[in-house]
Design a protein around this ligand. Structure first.
Ligand code: VAH
Length: 320
């Protein structure tokens, strides 16, 4: 059966790459990119596009009615740093937007829904190292508790309505094709652009701030692997932990210096994103993803750094 896939929030860091990979897998015309504003990004303009505002219920209903999607990927969200500047908008967009999609997916019998959660669902009292799938979760960022609440809604719609909604707790994501979206882990993308542009970067997180991160290639492959997995194999209907690579700004800087010996990093003080990062785990246990859908990561810090720099040097998508 032909798939009709809508990616909502396609102009974002994950959305851009997901649209590219889904179109390669299913065909350009089978994957409708959508976002609240138009874009001239070449990846998005290679196939169909719809203007979608997840808070505009009528507009969203019309898009579902027109396309009757077999799969929906809801990526539109306000991330951790911007969420602290606009807390009520972040809660509304992240929550009301999700519930609109879940309701329309039930109404139009969408076969599968993907919704991204984040390691931001963990908080100061969650275990910091190899954070397990199940543990104390007391997120203190609006983004974090909107994602935690969203996980509960996803499991509720699976249990109550049989909606096949699947989710991953992404670490910080690093890619070269798209800009980061206003999060606490954005430093790990910006550093590469600045290292190439002027050989130095001022990190807004301190040198020893270890966070779980992942190369975008691995994150997209994980997403598609989860969506392709047989439903009967999935034991988690809130959101799957995904581990990635745990590193600090100092460790990332040392890796970049292997390619750009004169690169220099400095550290700003008192950035509000430091408190958010300090509330998150340093590393994540993703045993459930390994067991349920055979997850195996490919990139480590060294291979990610080499691939980022190689592609950014030759990239036509210079975005920062
Ligand atoms: C953020 N990039 O920084 C997102 C992500 C784990 C972090 O959810 O808000």
């Amino acid at each position: 059966m032909n798939e009709t896939i809508i990616v909502i929030g396609s102009n974002g860091q994950i959305g851009t790459e997901l649209v590219m990979n889904l179109r390669a897998k299913y065909g350009n015309d089978q994957v409708i990119a959508s976002d609240i504003r138009n874009t001239d990004h070449p990846i998005i303009n290679e196939g169909p596009f719809e203007l979608v505002n997840v808070l505009d219920k009528d507009n969203l209903h019309k898009v579902f009615e027109k396309h009757r999607p077999t799969q929906v990927y809801l990526l539109a969200a306000i991330l951790s740093a911007v969420g602290e500047q606009k807390p009520k908008l972040a809660w509304d967009l992240n929550m009301t937007g999700l519930i609109h999609i879940l309701d329309f997916a039930v109404e139009f019998k969408t076969a599968k829904v993907f919704w991204p959660s984040s390691i931001a669902v963990f908080g100061p009292h969650s275990p910091k190292e190899n954070t397990p799938q199940f543990c104390i979760m007391d997120p203190n960022s609006v983004y974090g508790f909107s994602k935690l609440a969203g996980e509960r809604w996803c499991e509720y719609y699976f249990t109550k309505y049989g909606l096949d909604v699947r989710s991953i707790r992404y670490p910080g994501l690093i890619g070269w094709r798209s800009e980061p979206g206003g999060g606490t882990t954005d430093y790990a993308v910006n550093i590469f652009h600045k290292a190439l542009a002027n050989g130095k970067y001022e990190s807004f997180l301190s040198a020893d701030t270890a966070l779980p991160m992942m190369y975008m290639e691995d994150a997209i492959r994980a997403t598609i692997s989860l969506m392709d997995a047989p439903a009967e194999n999935l034991t988690i209907r809130s959101s799957y932990n995904l581990g990635g690579i745990s590193f600090t700004p100092a460790q990332l800087s040392a890796e970049i210096k292997k390619h750009i010996p004169n690169f220099e990093i400095s550290y700003s003080e008192h950035d509000p994103r430091q408190a958010i990062a300090d509330s998150w785990p340093k590393s994540i246990d993703d045993t459930y993803a390994q067991n349920d859908w055979d997850w195996k990561q490919k990139f480590d810090l060294s291979s990610m750094t080499a691939d980022m720099l190689k592609n950014l040097k030759g990239s036509i998508h210079k975005t920062i």
